[in-house]
Design a protein around this ligand. Sequence first.
Ligand code: ATP
Ligand code: MG
Length: 771
Amino acid sequence: MQAYLKQLNEAQLAPVLQKEGAMIVIAGAGSGKTRVLTYRIAYLMSQGVDPFNILALTFTNKAAREMKKRISQIVGSSEAKNLWMGTFHSIFAKILRFEADKLGYPSNFTIYDTQDSQSVIRSIIKEMQLDKDIYKYKQVYSRISSYKNSLITVKAYFNNPELQEADAMAKMPRLGDIYQAYVDKCFKAGAMDFDDLLLKTNELLNRFPDVLAKYQNRFRYILVDEYQDTNHSQYLIVKALSDRFQNICVVGDDAQSIYAFRGANINNILNFQKDYDDVRVYRLEQNYRSTKNIVNAANSIIEKNKQRLEKVVWTANDEGNKILVNRTMTDGDEGRFVASSIFENAMSHQLKYDSFAVLYRTNAQSRAIEDALRKKDIPYRIYGGLSFYQRKEIKDVLAYLRLILNPKDEEALKRVINYPARGIGQTTIDRLIVAANHYDRSMFEVMKHIDKIDLKINKGTQGKLQNFVTMIESFQVLNQGYDAFQIAEHVTKKTGLVQELKKDGTPEGIARIENIEELLNGMRDFVEEQKELADTTGSLAEFLEDVALATDLDNEKGDDNRVALMTVHLAKGLEFPYVYIVGMEEDLFPSAMSMNTRSELEEERRLFYVALTRAEKQAYLTYTQSRYRWGKLIDAEPSRFIEEIEDQFLDYLTPITENRYKPLIDTDIFGEVDKSKLRMRKPSSGVPPKGPTESQLRKLRRLKPVSSDTDKNFDLEKANLSEGTMVEHVRFGQGKILKIEGVGADTKAEILFENGGLKKLLLRFAKLKVL
Ligand code: ATP
Ligand code: MG
């Protein structure tokens, strides 16, 4: 037996050694599913399977790169480079380029990102003069996207009265027409959106049996990670490609299916056994990632789900610490707690910052965490949100580059035709759009022949349009002989983009120039990397493809020593020694939008299971009593998921009181009972100490309120009150002043009370005692 196979346990070894046939590995988090895929590929190669015949589909391109690296180490050669490995989108985009002509697309088709797609839809809604408050473009986009992922084409849509009725019921009877217009526009622009990459692949494999046969022969061995999150479209592709040889190995965990809202179908994993003639089912039970406490706590959570496959997960790892739960008063305090705790842990355990991850349910939560980390000079990196490639200045450069390859790309053209300003106004652009529709040509073609078409555009403007065309065409010539970096460098100079930002001179303008420089640096690295590979040259086309399909995790530089901030969705498959799951509150996690049905709630619970099982050594759950959401301060309640974890696995950093989830005071401020210290203590200072004991609390509560002024000339200064002051109210108990408004007798304060939640009180009546 090869030495590397000794790095697997018996249960893992079995699916690795089964060379042929259909198999599914169903197992809980951290049990080595991804490791099985990696080693299986290495083993196949050692058995003489050509890497060109192996297709492995991963959740991110980064995962694919890491897997390739590991395989290279195992097999001791660079042959792993020849594996077909990546996300569904990146692999099938590549195949679609080879076969594009069969579908009537140019092989240099553009890939529209979500922003581009939504912008097309917005302009269709405008052109069709529909009410944009009813036809919300994002909603329209997501409906169209879900049709595409269920392989419902425009034609199928119009053949299905039920779907049309459903859209009519949703007050969008014209949805089918928008869908049609959208598909037409994308086609005319030589563009595919993300969903097309799967939809068109299906179309290709269905309509052209010879093409199907070709890829069936090529991909003799197929492997899929995170199979529980494949959607219908992806499922059909895998099914079609593996149909001939049936050498397919999928791994997944039904308990980690978290993309149902995007069309992932958990039945794909449940029905796998019916899809192939002879399916072997493997189970792994031993978790290698986490401590006993974390594994058992996660088990106790997922048991609450009714819809699930029974699974055993255990670990031989240490008992470990209990999961630490911390409550704070505000989301700002929560951020400060996380930052202090990370700092403390990093110092006391000599850890690098990349040992830490902060996971949240929604991107908006990152702000408070970021602020606190910045204040403590802790380096971090945010994944998701607005990615680098979606920044305005970067999209501007990319738009020029896209036009070079595909001048029909209307979204790109509209973006830069008059940026930097070159005197081409909106009226002119509108006329071009109308003409393009009328002649059924692209805008660029219309511009090219502007002197032959009467569009009532004056000679001066015509000249400007022609100059633009000439400029793009000169770039196209350049593209014949130079690599991506050289072209981009030329483009940023010649278009005047950088000069425009220099003129701007503001700090934002400078930051933008720096971003463009960063883009160019990245392109240079890309070109160098590509040139090392045998069959690539670092061309512009290769670069744009890479960018279009970069997932949020892909931009990470390897040796980065930073705390990772990301949504739980993005964290799937990853692991970190220390994990902070923040915002553990009702309506946030579980999300308010996902509590309408049991199955939605169960998906939220699976999401929490994913979050918790990312942690290797220590997990923290934090929640706050109040949080700004949708511009308002709202009372928050601790998440039911905290309660669902068996108590023996938890430790509370905050005092437990009669009501476990409404503890009395904010430890962040209220660490010690010495009142003089209390007043001086800033919320951000240091690590929150343990809270006061019950007896200390009782003592505090016995302190009589100082009689406060009730006269009309209420004096804020004299009363010693200001924002952030801790006070006590006879009825509502202790609280913190969040805001003070008004003057004199009208002075009011917004106070967050431990017992009463958020209250606005007129101070001259409030009889507050300063603590
Ligand atoms: P997830 O469900 O989160 O995707 P997974 O089942 O894919 O998890 P892996 O990521 O493959 O699990 O493995 C979890 C961790 O355990 C990794 O760090 C991996 O290297 C380690 N591991 C897996 N199997 C073994 C083993 N037999 N011996 C030592 N370490 C192992
Ligand atoms: Mg995995």
